[in-house]
Every structure is written in structure tokens, then in C-alpha cells.
Write a protein that binds this ligand. Sequence first.
Ligand code: PLP
Length: 389
Amino acid sequence: MRSSNRIENITNGGSDGWEIFYKARKLIASGTEVVELSIGEHDIGTDPAILNAMYEAALNGHTGYASVPGIEELRSLIANRTLEKTGIETTLDNVIVTPGGQSALFAAHMAALDDKDIAAYIDPFYATYPTTIRSVGALESRIVTSAKNYFQPTFEQLDSGTKQAKSLLINSPNNPTGVVYSKTTVANICEVAKKNDLWVISDEVYETQIWSNKHISPREIENMSERTLVVGSLSKSHAMTGSRLGWLIGPKEIISKAIDLATNMTYGVPGYIQHAGIFALRKGKEFEQKISKPFNRRQKLAVDILKDFPQLGHIPPQGAMYIMLDIRSTGMNGISFAHELLDTEKIAVMPGESFGEAASGHVRISLTLDDEKFKKTFRTVCNFANSLS
Ligand code: PLP
């Protein structure tokens, strides 16, 4: 029996851009020591107090089917947190709890698009964007930004890339670039969304990791909440990647449709995980800052080290847990550079080409090692690039 065209088309048998990651993991499995700076995973585990809340919740009976849209207390907490940040009225009816931000990305595209509708997204992009769009049977429109403009899309790029589209997916703070969209960029996104009648799907999973620039959600801009779907998650903000706890925020009507989808897809998120999420959110801003602080420190350490390597460019990191190094002075593309670096120095970084065409000639380096080890490893990467320049 043959599988459906839709599911065949998700990856089309092509590369998923993760070759370096798989190669590094293979080396590690064979006993070789490799320093991995290739994934967006904290160097710490989930806080024991959160794990304890999860355990207690399970012992207290939250092991059966949980409410599909999410426990009301959790939805309300997420709604209030958003209201506080944006000033836009948000109630639990605007929120559905999902198994991670990825599931919210899927739900948002399912809710916004019909078969063969065009879904726009911005290059460089997080690895699953094109495949999520293909998973829902939509067609892609890629808006390729420029390193010269620090990967902020211009009005013209946004407008021409969305003329036929029904949705526009954005991500700020951005993975892989570490860029936070400026006030002008967000204003342009909103203007284009109104002009071309688009849903804006705003992936804000890194919203607690801001080093400079202010994070502005398109949902807080006038007349935008009716056409904006916000993707959020505790993965990055609370070091809870494995718990799979995220959410989608949007107009009540579309959230109620997303609940129909969840009933037929995930049937909700385990109750003990949701209770751990309630506990985690109740820990407040101080805890979120504790989780984000090391990445801020390390981006500063990286920028400092780069002062010794004037031939190496970089994208000034404004948020998220990455720094993009411009290695074009080596004459190599990001893929060859990442392979050489792994083969020679046993350090794994992600080629910019894994995130589209705009970031070619760059590598994304995760800020996910303790400070001393990070400094040493980052300097080794820079020395390696220097030796090739
Ligand atoms: N969006 C972006 C930009 C990401 O980088 C990630 C994970 O790395 C996700 C969404 C998915 O996050 P989650 O763990 O909440 O599914």
C-alpha cells in the first residue's frame, strides 16, 4: 500500500539539513568525544522543583485524560501572562495548550490554510517550517532576507512574498540568526498582513531571551489580534524541552477550531505535565531570567572573543540561544566548514544552509556550554576559521 501524497511530500526524500547533527551523534556513539553546539537544548536539565511538581501531580491522580484544550488554570495563567506583556485582552478562550510549540505551529497552519493555499515564511528559518507547511497540504512561499540587513525582512520583500499568500510565519527572537525584529520590521509585517489579508503566525518561543531590542508581538499592534496566531512554549523559557508543553493564542473562534483538531490528533497534554507547567509559570519572571541569563552572558563572551578575529563577521546576537558566525572569509560554504570543523576539531555546529539559502556561508553556534568550556570551544572555532581564511 502506498502512503498519501501529502505525507510523502513532507520531506520529499530530500535532506532535512541535520546531517552534521547525525554525523556528530554517530561519532559520539562510536566513543569519540564531540562538543555539540548544534542544537537548541539547554546545558541544564529541567529544574528539580518543576520535576517534583510533575511527580506530585502524577501521585495526586493527574494521570488520566486531561482536558483537551488544557487545564483552565494553565490557560488562564498563559492568558494573563500575555495580557501583562502586550496589554491586549486575552482570556483562556484565546488559548489552547499543545504538546510543545511545534504542535502549535502545526495547529496554526491547519487552522489558517486550505489545501494548496500559499503559506509564506522567512529565510533563514527554523528547520521544521517548510515541512510543517507541507504537512498541512499548503504550498510554500519563501521570503529570502539578506545578511547585509541582519536578516530583517524589508517591506518590499514581505509584500512581494505574500501577494498570493494566506499566511505569513515569522519568528522573533529568531532561530537561527539571534535577531529580534525591530519596531519597523514588525510595523511592516503588520502593514503587509492587512494589505494582503494574511494570517500572521508569530513563533515567540524565545520571547524570554532578549539581549537588546525590545520584543514586539504583532498581536499587540492595532487591529492585529484578529489575524494573529501566537505560538508559545515552556521549552526554551523554562528548560522544559522534553516535557512538550506549548500553546497557541488567537481569536476565540479559531482556537475553538484548534480544539476540534486536538481532539482528533493529540487529545491534549498529560495532566501531570500541565500541572508542572502551572508550577513553572507561577515561579514568575525571576525564574525565566535565571534560565535565560547564561545565554546572554555567553553571547557577550562570544562577541568579546570575536574582537580578536576581525576577518570573521557575525550577526550581532539580540536574543535566543545562538550566534551566527559569518565564515565566508574562509572561501567555504557553511556545510563544508561544519564538516571540516567536526572532522578536525570534533566540534559540531549547524551550517547556515540548514536554515535556507539566506544564511549560506554562515554557521549557527549554540550558546549551550558552561561559560569556561564555551569560551575555549568558541575560540577554537574562530582559530580554525582563521587558519582557513
Ligand atoms: N520554534 C522555534 C523557532 C524553535 O527553535 C523550536 C525548537 O527548537 C520550536 C519552535 C519548537 O519548540 P517546542 O520544543 O516548543 O516544540
